[in-house]
Every structure is written in structure tokens, then in C-alpha cells.
Design a protein around this ligand. Structure first.
Ligand SMILES: [Zn+2]
Length: 65
């Protein structure tokens, strides 16, 4: 059930981004507590020092298997 619930949220977000409509989760982290059936939101900001998506990323690919 959990993948279904989260998958629906992700699909909805993808459609909103593709269609350019609505209010996306950009800048917000959505926390889903299935046991208590609660959603909570946390405001997040981009970290310019992030090694993956910062201004100067050092992680640019997948590690060799
Ligand atoms: Zn990042």
C-alpha cells in the first residue's frame, strides 16, 4: 500500500511539472506517516554545497559496479 500511496503523489507531481499547473512540492518535503494517516510538510532550501546538486557537484555519475 505504501508504494501505491507514494507513487500516486509522485505521479501527480510529475504531471503538474509537465503541464505547468498547480503548486508543486518544490521547496517542500512531504512526510507521510501511514500508521497515523498523516501528512506533514517541511520547508527545505537548496544547499549550494551539496555534492550532488550544488553549485560545484563532485558526484556526477553512478559508481562502477
Ligand atoms: Zn543536493
Amino acid at each position: 500500500m505504501l508504494p501505491g500511496t507514494v507513487g500516486l503523489v509522485q505521479a501527480t507531481e510529475a504531471l503538474k511539472l509537465i503541464l505547468g499547473v498547480g503548486e508543486t512540492l518544490i521547496g517542500r518535503l512531504l512526510h507521510y506517516d501511514a500508521l497515523r494517516m498523516r501528512f506533514r510538510e517541511f520547508a527545505i532550501t537548496r544547499d549550494p554545497e551539496c555534492p550532488l546538486c550544488g553549485d560545484h557537484p563532485t558526484i556526477t555519475g553512478l559508481p562502477e559496479a
